[in-house]
Structures are given as C-alpha cells and as structure tokens.
Design a protein. Structure first.
Length: 66
C-alpha cells in the first residue's frame, strides 16, 4: 500500500478535479491523505464530502501554520 498526501489550502475550485484524478487511477491499493492547513474557503467541506464516499480517504485539519 502507498500513501498519497495532498496538502490543501484554499483550493476549493480545484480540489474535486485533483481528488477525482487520484481516485481514477488503475492502482487501487492506496490511502489518500488530505491535509487541510486552515483553509478559509470550502476546501475542508470538499475533503469531508469525498471522505464519506471512499474509505481510502483520510482528512486531517489543522490551523494555518504557513
């Protein structure tokens, strides 16, 4: 198994395309870790939405640390 880590910060507009691209890969034995760095748009909501649809997705959220 591999882990794919995607840093997320105010990318609500682009995030669905990124996640869909990863999920559509032929290789399926992975976990997708989405790390929200205190986004102030809807990025975290998008992450949580996808996490409910696919058990391979893990979401972490933290205060913005730069």
């Amino acid at each position: 198994m591999i882990s794919i880590i995607v840093p997320v910060y105010n990318v609500e507009k682009y995030l669905p395309r990124c996640i869909e691209s990863i999920l559509s890969q032929i290789y399926c034995n992975f976990e997708l870790i989405l790390v929200d760095d205190g986004s102030n748009d809807g990025s975290l909501s998008v992450c949580k939405h996808y996490a409910t649809r696919d058990s391979r997705i893990k979401v972490f959220s933290k205060r913005n640390g730069g």
